[in-house]
Design a protein around this ligand. Structure first.
Ligand SMILES: Nc1ncnc2c1ncn2[C@@H]1O[C@H](COP(=O)(O)OP(=O)(O)OP(=O)(O)O)[C@@H](O)[C@H]1O
Length: 271
């Protein structure tokens, strides 16, 4: 293949440029996936081990080289075990960006019925935003999880199953302090409220601000390993926050919440 350019005595062609572009794309996706999560710290730890290995090898320190080499040899298996949820998510992101996936540009271009009316999604967004605005105004604590999959995992033993349409007044009455369903989270999948009073996994991310309590931590927890969006209304401060991909965005405006819901429900769930 014809050379594109030369640098530092090396010749580069189109394939080398493509190679580099793919590596940069993969690293950016990996960063987006891991940022703010515990896995990011583990990833940095692993990079440090690799760096230490190269250093001791360079300095000809045989015992340390041997120890670190053995560590790295089992490292690949360890990486697969430790990052199993992230690898799964990473592959999902790739699948979603693939040219023929349902959200891709090409699919939208060649399948005009993709441009269907988003009346149903818009209605869900309106109902959720209306309920959240009323609950924030009255400092009614709430935790709402929107998931794109009926396989969303939660503790069914402690929760109450529902199969209701999404309605602002219903959401408000569920989280009303006197309601027997107000404690815990409410799960929305598609256009239905699936369950209330759900106990979510609590995030152990040490990077979350210290003042963040259990409601916010469990919102982060449910988004760490699956494509969910969790909305929180703080009972203490009446503020609105949301968690996505294990990252908590606090004190958002109703407009911010609305555009996030559009992003998730109309454009597709976070990768
Ligand atoms: N694991 C959990 N899953 C779902 N909901 C939870 C969980 N843990 C606590 N909660 C909810 O959070 C409430 C307690 O919130 P807490 O005050 O600890 O958190 P917070 O983040 O400071 O929220 P707020 O700002 O509303 O006070 C509980 O009454 C319960 O409704």
């Amino acid at each position: 293949m014809e050379d594109l350019f030369q640098f530092n005595g090396f010749r580069y062609n189109w394939l080398n440029v493509l190679d580099l572009a793919i590596v940069i794309f993969l690293v950016i996706q990996l960063y987006r996936l891991l940022k703010g999560s515990l896995a990011f710290n583990i990833f940095v730890g692993l990079l440090m081990v690799y760096f230490a290995y190269f250093m001791v090898e360079l300095l000809h320190m045989p015992i340390l080289t041997l120890i670190l080499q053995n560590f790295i040899n089992i490292g690949l298996i360890a990486i697969i075990i430790i990052f199993q949820p992230e690898i799964r998510k990473f592959l999902l992101v790739l699948g979603k960006k693939a040219p023929l996936s349902k959200d891709s540009f090409f699919t939208k271009l060649f399948l005009p019925d993709k441009f269907k009316s988003y009346k149903e999604e818009e209605n869900i967004i309106d109902e959720v935003v209306t309920a959240v605005s009323h609950m924030a105004a009255t400092s009614t604590g709430a935790l709402i999880v929107l998931s794109n999959s009926y396989r969303v995992k939660f503790d069914t033993a402690s929760s109450i199953s529902l199969d209701s349409n999404i309605n602002a007044k219903l959401l408000e009455s569920i989280f009303c302090k006197g309601s027997p369903l107000h404690d815990g989270a409410l799960i929305i999948v598609g256009n239905k409220i699936l369950a209330a009073k759900v106990i979510l996994p609590v995030s152990e991310n040490p990077n979350l601000p210290l003042q963040v309590g259990l409601r916010h931590r469990s919102a982060v927890g449910i988004t760490e390993h699956s494509d969910n969006l969790a909305i929180v209304v703080s009972e203490e401060r009446g503020t609105i926050s949301y968690a996505e991909d294990g990252t908590l965005t606090q004190d958002v405006s109703l407009e911010d919440l609305k555009s996030k819901l559009y992003e998730v429900l109309v454009e597709g769930y976070p990768g």
